[in-house]
Design a protein around this ligand. Structure first.
Ligand code: FES
Length: 326
């Protein structure tokens, strides 16, 4: 777990949402309320495939803009070629099972629920967008949700979405010619003031990213729990460089195949981390000097250009040396 105590929870209920997708309702064992989680928030969940403790990230599907929560709901899709975490949950976790959670993280924030919004969900990527759509509906915003799935029986939370406002929800099932999605037309049809939120497979997010380059910085947001593929689309080869840690007064050469986070750890510094895939944000560091080669899936384009935020589990240096505030 990251740098805070895990929360002990118990599975209060489970529910089959769609083919290979199960919802788990998690409540504190001591009965206390859980801390607030705004739409788009996720938690780190400790899983133990093969007996080895690992962390996975899941969106809180009942997150809401204000107030504590009695329970967190997460939805887990069985990953066909995954690392075993979803299989372990599906096969061993039942009502009454105990699990350990981190605190909610807000890396995919809804800017303003009242703002016009276009939500683009691919498969299980619907999970952070469902609470955002609920908040948009409650704020009487002009919103639309486009939901791409491989089969209608795989559309988790479709009933909840249709109940919110069926006119604002469009389901696209892959392979059905008459329901093929024209992504370019969809994005063109969204006025400039519309905030776009997309969560799903890398291919979908890259297509949305490519088609949104003309939109204002920060007006298109992405979330992926699907893997470590670069969100920048960079395929530049990794290069070696010198890593300097300003506060510790340490430096080390980072080899082309080594990660910055591992280099920090080898220097004996206990730095927080969780996913190690550039997804969760727990290893965030501040850059004092050097050009970054951002490979995380957290920062928006304008944040990459202007900011000093850096995720050493996946990101690297684009020059000869990088200095971090560590
Ligand atoms: S450990 Fe999750 S972003 Fe680096």
């Amino acid at each position: 777990m990251p740098a805070h105590d895990p929360i002990e929870v118990q599975v209060r209920a489970t529910r089959a949402l769609a083919r290979d997708v199960v919802e788990y309702e998690l409540a504190r064992i001591d009965g206390a309320p859980l801390e607030p989680a705004a739409p788009g928030a996720h938690v780190d969940l400790q899983v133990e495939p093969g007996g080895a403790s690992q962390l996975r990230q899941y969106s809180i599907t009942n997150a809401r803009p204000r107030g504590t929560l009695d329970s967190y709901r997460i939805a887990v899709a069985r990953a066909a070629n995954g690392r075993g975490g979803s299989d372990w949950l599906h096969d061993t976790i039942r009502r009454g099972s105990r699990l350990r959670l981190g605190r909610p993280r807000h890396l995919f924030a809804q800017t303003d629920p009242a703002q016009p919004a276009l939500f683009i969900a691919g498969g299980i990527g619907v999970t952070p967008l469902l609470p955002m759509a609920r908040a948009a509906a409650a704020a009487r915003a002009d919103w639309r949700l486009v939901y791409l799935v491989r089969g209608e029986n795989r559309a988790a939370y479709l009933d909840e979405l249709l109940e919110l406002d069926a006119k604002r929800v469009t389901l696209h099932v892959s392979g059905q010619e008459d329901r093929r999605l024209d992504l370019a037309a969809l994005l063109e049809s969204a006025p400039a003031a519309t905030q776009v939120y997309c969560c799903g497979p890398q291919g979908l997010m890259q297509a949305v990213r490519d088609l949104s380059r003309a939109r204002a910085p920060g007006s298109v947001r992405f979330e992926s729990f699907g893997g470590a593929e670069s969100a920048t689309g960079t395929d530049a080869p990794a290069r070696g460089f010198e890593l300097r840690l300003a506060r510790s007064g340490l430096s080390v050469q980072v080899a082309p195949g080594a990660s910055v986070l591992e280099a920090i750890e080898r220097l004996g510094i206990a730095h927080p981390s969780s996913c190690r895939e550039g997804i969760c944000g727990s290893c965030e560091s501040r850059v004092l000097d050097g050009r970054c080669d951002h490979r995380d899936q957290i920062l928006e384009e304008h944040e990459r250009r202007d900011g000093d935020r850096f995720f050493p589990c996946v990101s690297r240096c684009a020059g000869d040396s990088l200095t971090l505030d560590l």
